[in-house]
Write a protein that binds this ligand. Structure first.
Ligand SMILES: Nc1ncnc2c1ncn2[C@@H]1O[C@H](COP(=O)(O)OP(=O)(O)OP(=O)(O)O)[C@@H](O)[C@H]1O
Length: 298
């Protein structure tokens, strides 16, 4: 199924005399996992609240499939709020079924979905436990299940990875990937830049209420790639080129890292490596997401 795109256009919002959002615009495309990254207080939660309609922004608009968000469209969003908000004294599965019913899912369907979500999130054995008896990380998994119980057309998740152990993180990541692969636009905020870098197709970087970079994650990194290359020669882990305009950064088991000045030819580096032995790796080094982030917020 093809889902529409979410577009956020020129959102502006003040809290008193503090401008929290200052003309925020970006798109969350169907089938794309979009990571929403920014420092504390940058405006991620406020933007997400405006998207799902719990906050009315001072200016700007949110459209889904080109149409303004209606109440009906909002019911098709799966939202995991920062403040969470499930019922601590209700049983896990019962709670999911209840939330599904509130969103118009027939009881039998909600029961089947709850069981299947708990299974994929590794919580089947806790289905009949009261929520508050689960660890915080497991409560968080239930929170994600709650956001998915009505098979939403759009997922907005505020820090779904915070507080999860590495295994739970992988489970969560696989689940979000699965929803995106099914065509759903997915926007999630996170401070775990390595996870975002590994997982996301698209990025939105926000700084002090303004979007400072947005779009295809790889393209954003490629645009900012310098002239650093990694080359690995089989059997010669410490090899270093001796060529004009090339500065060795490091040489080791991960290969040889070299900075080229503007006049140096990357092919000369490759040829020199090939003269030493079989080349097992040769690539231009892309900046990491944390490099990218540091650069755009400077
Ligand atoms: N209800 C509120 N009343 C007053 N100021 C607020 C309110 N909510 C947010 N703010 C302010 O708006 C700005 C943006 O906050 P927001 O919560 O959107 O940031 P964030 O990017 O989600 O941060 P974090 O990563 O810390 O969750 C901050 O300066 C914050 O203090």
């Amino acid at each position: 199924m093809t889902h529409p795109s979410l577009a956020v256009q020129d959102l502006t919002h003040d809290f008193g005399d503090r401008r929290a959002l200052d003309g925020v615009s970006f798109e969350v495309r169907p089938g794309r996992l979009t990571g929403f990254v920014g420092a504390n207080g940058a405006g991620k939660t406020t933007t997400m609240r405006a998207i799902v309609g719990v906050l009315a922004p001072d200016a700007g608009k949110v459209t889904f499939g080109g149409e303004p968000m209606t109440l009906g469209a909002r019911r098709r969003i799966g939202y995991m709020p920062e403040e969470r908000g499930l019922y601590p004294k209700m049983k896990v599965a019962e709670q999911l079924v209840y939330l599904g019913r509130v969103l118009g899912v027939p009881r039998a369907t909600a029961q089947a979905r709850a069981a299947s979500l708990l299974e994929t999130l590794g919580l089947s054995d806790r289905a009949d436990d009261l929520l508050h008896t689960l660890s915080l990380g497991n409560q968080q998994r239930v929170q994600v299940a709650a956001a998915l119980i009505h098979e939403p057309d759009l997922l907005i998740l505020d820090e779904p990875f915070s507080g999860l152990d590495p295994i739970a993180m992988d489970t969560m990541a696989a689940h979000l990937r699965g929803r995106a692969d099914a065509g759903v636009p997915v926007l999630f905020s996170s401070h775990q830049l390595d996870m975002v870098e590994r997982l996301c197709d698209d990025l939105v970087l926000i700084h002090e209420g303004r979007v400072v970079a947005a779009g295809d994650a790889r393209a954003l990194r490629e645009e900012r790639a310098g002239r650093r290359f990694r080359v690995a020669v089989d059997g010669s882990p410490g090899w270093a080129p001796d060529l004009p305009g090339m500065t060795l950064v490091e040489a080791g088991r991960q290969g040889t890292l070299v900075d080229l000045d503007d006049a140096a030819d990357p092919q000369a580096l490759l040829a020199a490596a090939q003269a030493v032995g079989p080349v097992t790796h040769y690539s231009r080094v892309l900046p990491s997401l944390s490099d990218l982030f540091a650069e755009v917020v400077r």
